[in-house]
Design a protein around this ligand. Structure first.
Ligand SMILES: CC(C)(COP(=O)(O)OP(=O)(O)OC[C@H]1O[C@@H](n2cnc3c(N)ncnc32)[C@H](O)[C@@H]1OP(=O)(O)O)[C@@H](O)C(=O)NCCC(=O)NCCS
Length: 149
């Protein structure tokens, strides 16, 4: 089996696994979680894109993108990789750039991250995301980053 990371538009049948992944104890400190009903509503909404991350042909993570109404930017709202530390997250960031540029015709990607999420901040900075500003949500500090694609 080839050890390759691929991303594809998620299928409806991937959503229960996506909900499970975001509830996993290694991910829940870093990403918000929502119900299957909520994800299904988003899935049916054209401004949301669920991407499946497959590694060696197996669903290993997911990405939630939100298309901004300006027609130019995309929010990378959530990314989770279950098999951590093997480069799958960084491969995914490259594939997300391609997807947003070629399939969604967007010019930039932005995201926010908890200041304490050093692993995520490391890969964003390594892959060309620039710190834009500090913010907060519900009293929680956040760091905003963006990247032209
Ligand atoms: C963040 C996440 C998507 C990264 O995916 P991954 O496949 O584990 O990442 P990779 O293996 O591609 O790369 C990890 C990098 O972080 C580095 N790293 C690991 N722990 C680190 C830490 N505590 N501080 C700084 N860097 C760290 C590794 O050295 C590696 O960098 P390198 O290749 O330059 O050596 C994944 O770990 C994850 O799902 N985490 C939980 C959910 C999450 O935080 N999502 C992002 C929310 S904004």
């Amino acid at each position: 089996m080839e050890m390759t990371t691929r991303i594809r538009k998620a299928a409806p049948g991937d959503l229960p696994k996506i909900v499970e992944m975001e509830l996993d104890g290694e991910n829940s400190p870093f990403v918000n979680s929502d119900s299957l009903e909520k994800h299904t509503t988003w899935y049916e909404d054209d401004s949301f894109v669920h991407l499946a991350i497959d590694f060696s042909g197996k669903l290993t993570g997911y990405v939630l993108l939100v298309l901004d109404p300006d027609g130019k930017s995309v929010e990378l709202r959530r990314i989770v990789v279950m098999l951590k530390g093997r480069g799958i997250g960084q491969d995914s960031l490259n594939l997300i750039d391609d997807y947003c540029r070629n399939k969604l015709a967007r010019k930039s990607i932005w995201l926010d991250v908890l200041p304490t999420n050093h692993r995520a901040k490391h890969i964003y900075e390594k892959h060309g995301y620039e710190f834009i500003r500090e913010g907060e949500h519900n009293g929680q500090p956040l760091h905003f980053y963006s990247k032209p694609i």
